[in-house]
Design a protein around this ligand. Structure first.
Ligand SMILES: [Zn+2]
Length: 315
């Protein structure tokens, strides 16, 4: 998919977009924004779209997509857009110092230099305090966008320096519609992914693109069959996943357990896109087995072993 280049294309976040659009057109952008909201609701997409408006050489209103600035942004190569994100688990003071040095230089190809800080709650205390200085006395050409799930995990002094913009979970219908129209998914599949994504469009798209739902089907059908080859195939696949995808897969498995349980109790209908075979055991022991697998993966137990144990316990 091409990158999203306009605030007008952001879906489901009208109050946030209205506020930013007004600030943009009246040329009254705050020097620091804090975008809060769960992962995948459009915080980073919005910050980047705003940068297209600011940097496009042709139009502030409709970024053109073809001028040198838009092209550089498309490729992630624009020197006036700086990204900071956690290295391993946190954002460290060295990263903020490097950023400060970089910000001494005026923009080269634009009016502003824009800094996007992903997962700002991961700023460690020293880094947070260092950033605070930049937020207090920023060079006039610098704009900050701090992205965080929750403002309460940031230093209050940082929060008070920023204009807070809240991003809300997206309604299921909005996500479903997007999946059908933009990704060309069929209705049932889109419905299930929208449901599983719990208001996060990013998560829904990721589930669709990575095919984790298909893996869940394969895992359940292998677990309930007595074909060793089917078991071996899916276990071998899971082992090759990146750690964050293994975690997502386990979350999906949790959801399958929960939805099986809820439908058995008559509390809510079972989603069509989940495996036909429902979980029949006790949900608490399933959760225990999943949590055990999770901690085994985190402590570098052989993933083959962790997933195999999980399969044995669940089926
Ligand atoms: Zn342009």
């Amino acid at each position: 998919m091409r990158p999203l280049r306009s605030l007008k294309e952001i879906i489901g976040q009208e109050p946030a977009i209205r506020l930013l659009t007004q600030a943009l057109y009246s040329r009254r952008l705050h020097h620091a924004y804090l975008f809060t909201g769960q992962e995948g609701v459009g915080k980073e997409t919005t910050a980047k779209a705003l940068v297209y408006h600011l940097f496009c050489n042709v139009s502030l209103d409709e970024p053109c997509g073809s001028c040198p600035a838009c092209q550089k942004l498309d490729k992630g190569l624009h020197t006036d857009l700086l990204l900071v994100e956690p290295e391993k688990r946190e954002i460290k003071i060295g990263q903020i110092r490097a950023l400060e040095r970089e910000l001494h230089f005026r923009p080269i190809n634009a009016e502003y230099r824009v800094v996007i800080i992903r997962s700002a709650e991961k700023l460690n205390p020293e880094a947070g305090n260092a950033l605070l200085k930049s937020l207090e006395e920023p060079p006039p050409y610098v704009l900050f966008f701090l992205l965080a799930e929750n403002a309460s995990r940031l230093l209050p002094t940082i929060v008070s320096r920023c204009q807070l913009v809240r991003f809300r979970p997206l309604p299921k219908a909005v996500i479903k519609d997007y999946l059908i129209k933009r990704l060309g998914l069929d209705e049932d599949f889109a419905e299930t992914l929208a449901e599983l994504s719990a208001g996060s469009l990013g998560r829904a798209v990721e589930l669709a693109e990575k095919g984790l739902l298909e893996d869940l089907h394969a895992f359940v059908s292998a677990g309930t069959s007595n074909k060793a080859s089917a078991k071996y195939r899916i276990l071998e696949r899971l082992v090759k996943f990146l750690p964050e995808d293994q975690k997502r897969f386990l979350d999906l498995l949790r959801l399958w357990v929960l939805r099986s349980y809820l439908s058995e109790k008559g509390a809510s209908p079972y989603p069509k896109g989940l495996p036909e075979e429902r979980y029949k055991g006790d949900p608490f022991s399933a959760e225990l087995a999943i949590a055990l697998c999770e901690s085994a993966l985190e402590s570098y137990v052989f993933p083959e072993l962790a997933f195999h144990q999980l399969m044995i316990k669940l089926f």
